[in-house]
Ligand binder design. Structure first.
Ligand SMILES: [Zn+2]
Length: 168
């Protein structure tokens, strides 16, 4: 049986990143609105997701208040992890739960990033050294509540966060 894999646009590639570890990069120009990747993984709940993060690495993507997509073994990392990094000034964002699109035009060679505030609500704290003037220095699971970010990203929040923001 064919393995389940994340989709990465053919205009992207995974390579070493200055932000940390490996990252996803544009190997061609990508227009605003184009799909850059679609996340896949095992559907698990919070407790199991945190266990996978501890055992395998922090590769979860939250898709609802208590559901996450994760790899369950190190062997699955290459297929089930997209390798996008966080930035406080990202060029991609969620369009739904698992689809991520370019939120502005992305030039060949740029690293493709997403603001974790747009996809995450569970408690965590991460130091950020993204180097942008917008850098929040510390990012947390509460950042989606920041009015400034809600205005900046508009509909580019994962749907379960968007519903909270819009009171739906
Ligand atoms: Zn930052």
């Amino acid at each position: 049986m064919e393995k389940i894999k994340c989709y990465r646009s053919p205009k992207t590639e995974v390579r070493q990143s200055n932000i940390g570890g490996v990252g996803l990069f544009a190997k061609d120009n990508i227009s605003k609105g184009e799909i850059v990747f679609i996340k896949a993984g095992h559907i698990v709940q919070y407790k199991e997701a945190m266990k996978c993060n501890k055992d395998i690495g922090e590769f979860d993507v939250q898709i609802s208040d208590d559901f996450f997509l994760v790899p369950k073994s190190k062997d699955e990392i290459k297929d089930l992890v997209v390798h996008f990094n966080h930035s406080c000034n990202p060029n991609a964002g969620p369009d739904g739960q698992i689809t991520f699109t370019a939120i502005r035009n992305i030039c060949k060679g740029e690293e493709i990033t997403c603001d974790y505030a747009t996809i995450t609500t569970y408690p965590y704290k991460l130091e950020c050294n993204c180097g942008n003037k917008e850098c929040r220095k510390v990012i947390t699971g509460d950042d989606w509540k920041l009015k400034e970010l809600q205005e900046r990203y508009g509909n580019h929040f994962s749907w379960f966060i968007l519903k909270k923001i819009k009171g739906l």
